[in-house]
Ligand binder design. Structure first.
Ligand SMILES: Cc1cc2nc3c(=O)[nH]c(=O)nc-3n(C[C@H](O)[C@H](O)[C@H](O)COP(=O)(O)O)c2cc1C
Length: 448
């Protein structure tokens, strides 16, 4: 089915539903013998797993990753990597009252329209649960990126109308909502708890930064880096907006304000920009600056407040959604956003490395031509030495330099062989003339 596979070279396919026995991912496209730290994969999953605090869903999942294939003794084998995570704490009974009713803001109505069948339990395939295995695949990608000096960092920038005013990276993993601003953190938590108490939910903005990506990654025109990043981040449930660099604010700027003017860094002598309104991508290709993106996360659709809906049979009803839901999805989207960013970046890097391999091939072919040219020159030199020796014999014998008959038969031989080798006769004839003229000159000198 389309839509379950992501990536071109580093390709992933996820499988599983929220209330099935397990969810999983298959990754293809990683070379053999790459060291993979499995505990790093688990660490990333622990960041996303549910039940971490009062401001996330209370579903308790240990989210222990099981490597089924593709990694042996801590190294990739070059075969597909399969990872699974068991679903342990699902309560399908919580969803019994939703069996025939569409959850407003969720995917039940559209799924049913598209497939004619829908696993309503926990949202089935469209549940945030599926993103756990994206995080596992992203954790492997992150390790490949880290080997190349690339770091991805996401955090909660805004919840409701409360936005960060300060940035301290160390704080991000130390609070329940992954906020880098101490003074904003409690206000954000209060807002979420308030919404939860009222049977409601809140949304926010997650910011993602990429450091260490050099210039030159991205595939114009359809697979521009920002286009692929937008697709990756917009594929996460509840994400309803994407911007890069100055994003929507660019529309309010003048060209003179928006352009990132180029300079040469006096220390590194590298090209840099004075500002970063492009967000690190120009013409769909990374320019070496930090990539900076923001995604808008909508308030969780499953709320216990009374809402209007309709049944599968077309009756209007009112529902209150039970079950354990995230009152705000932002803190749990942070590791998912990092993972999706990692998947895009590693894929683009591997695509670029393929182009570089072609360049390497060109160099190899050129050096083989250089070798042949040297051999040609050595052969011409050896020929000239023989011509000199013959000239000296001719001098002693008093013979003629020009031997028309011999030259004619030589030329005929050259042309015959050229034809056999499928070389153009006029090309070979021209070379023959040059060689014979040179021979005549050499012998003339000797016979002077
Ligand atoms: C990590 C994560 C956790 C989520 N938790 C919930 C949840 O508890 N309740 C809910 O209704 N939606 C949750 N969602 C959002 C739904 O998956 C999403 O809203 C739904 O699939 C409909 O898709 P859309 O909002 O992109 O249109 C979560 C999403 C993610 C990524």
């Amino acid at each position: 089915m389309p839509g379950n596979i992501f990536g071109n070279i580093y390709r992933i396919m996820t499988f599983g539903e929220s209330h099935g026995p397990m969810i999983g991912v298959v990754i293809d496209g990683i070379k053999p013998n790459v060291e993979i730290n499995v505990s790093e994969i688990q660490k990333e999953l622990d960041r996303r797993k549910p039940g971490q605090s009062a401001v996330t869903t209370q579903r308790k999942e240990s989210d222990i990753v099981q490597i089924v294939s593709g990694i042996y003794e801590g190294k990739t084998t070059g075969t597909p990597i399969c990872m699974i995570i068991k679903n342990e704490d699902y309560k399908s009974s919580d969803y019994e009252n939703l069996k025939q009713i569409f959850r407003p803001g969720h995917g039940g109505y559209t799924f049913l329209k598209k497939y004619g069948i829908y696993d309503y339990r926990g949202g089935g395939r469209i549940s945030g649960r599926e993103t756990a295995v994206r995080v596992a695949a992203g954790a492997v990608a992150k390790q490949l990126l880290s080997n190349r000096g690339i770091k991805i960092l996401a955090y909660t920038r805004q919840i409701g109308n409360i936005e960060i005013q300060n940035f301290n990276e160390e704080l991000i993993e130390k609070n329940a909502i992954r906020c880098p601003d101490e003074s904003a953190t409690q206000k954000m938590i209060d807002l979420i708890e308030d919404a939860k108490k009222n049977g409601d939910s809140v949304g926010g903005i997650v910011e993602v930064k990429v450091q260490g990506l050099k210039a030159g990654y991205g595939e114009p025109v359809f697979d521009k880096l920002e286009a692929d990043l937008a697709k990756a981040l917009m594929s996460i449930g509840a994400v309803k907006g994407f911007e890069i660099g100055s994003g929507f604010k660019s529309a309010l700027m003048k060209g003179s304000e928006c352009n990132d003017q180029f300079i040469i860094n006096p220390q590194t002598k590298e090209v840099e920009t004075l500002t970063n309104n492009s967000g690190g991508v120009q013409g769909g290709i990374s320019n070496g600056s930090e990539i900076i993106m923001r995604i808008a996360v909508k308030p969780t659709s499953s709320i216990s407040k009374k809402q209007k809906s309709v049944t599968y049979n077309g009756e209007e009803v009112e529902i209150e959604i039970k079950g354990r839901h995230d009152p705000c999805i932002c803190p749990r989207i942070v590791p998912v956003a990092e993972a999706m960013t990692a998947l895009v970046l590693i894929d683009h890097i591997l695509m670029q490395e393929q182009i570089q391999t072609e360049i390497d091939k060109l160099d190899e072919l050129r050096s083989r031509i250089d070798l042949i040219d040297t051999q040609l020159l050595l052969l011409l030199n050896a020929r000239n030495e023989l011509v000199q020796r013959i000239g000296k014999i001719k001098k002693v014998n008093g013979s003629q330099i020009f031997d028309e008959e011999r030259e004619k038969s030589l030329e005929e031989n050259w042309i015959k062989t050229a034809k056999e080798l499928e070389l153009r006769p006029d090309y070979i004839q021209n070379i023959f003339k040059l060689v014979i003229n040179e021979s005549r000159k050499i012998q003339k000198e000797i016979l002077k």
